[in-house]
Design a protein. Structure first.
Length: 180
């Protein structure tokens, strides 16, 4: 009897458990965010009464050992609407290199973030143009006073058996009240 229990527990039970396993799909929040459904019609933007411009530092690489050796990084720009009830509108997300040259426009039409919604934008690990002084310039607006959103960039690398990650925060560099 004991050998049957050992055989069942050691071999048959794990085999039965594996046979019932299905390949797990990644949770929905790990899948690529489809932002086209958040685009807004230009008429909706006429309601905006305040606009701000935000500078967010991003590092597509950092210096490693000396000024000639760099470590590439992937970066995630995270835009978080912290308001519990009101929407915000993002009208521009532009990515610039260390020399101030425009590399990429991340949106071609304004997007709306509803209450507590977050949008993420990725700078791929393979992107080499930005450099250690790259940045995002973001323009956003609102129609009624809202909680200040969070603009941050998370950089990460696991290259060369080295795990590194850090966060930078956005800084408001311009503010405008629109006259209606």
């Amino acid at each position: 009897m004991r050998s049957f229990q050992s055989l069942f527990i050691g071999y048959l039970l794990p085999l039965l458990l594996l046979m019932n396993c299905e390949k797990a799909s990644p949770p929905q929040h790990y899948q690529k965010q489809e932002k086209t459904k958040y685009k807004v019609h230009p008429n909706e933007l006429k309601q905006i009464t305040h606009k701000e411009t935000v500078y967010v530092p991003v590092y597509s690489e950092i210096f490693n050992y000396n000024e000639k050796t760099t470590l590439p990084l992937a970066a995630t720009l995270s835009i978080r609407n912290t308001d519990l009830k009101k929407a915000m509108y993002v009208t521009k997300i532009d990515y610039y290199d260390s020399e101030g040259k425009l590399i990429k426009k991340y949106i071609d039409q304004a997007t709306k973030l509803t209450a507590l919604q977050t949008h993420n934008y990725i700078v791929e690990f393979s992107e080499k143009q930005g450099g250690a002084g790259a940045n995002f310039i973001i323009e956003w607006g609102y129609e009624q006073a809202v909680n200040p959103p969070i603009f941050e960039c998370i950089m990460i690398s696991t290259a060369n058996n080295l795990g590194i990650s850090f966060v930078t925060e956005g800084k408001v560099i311009g503010s405008q009240v629109l006259v209606k």
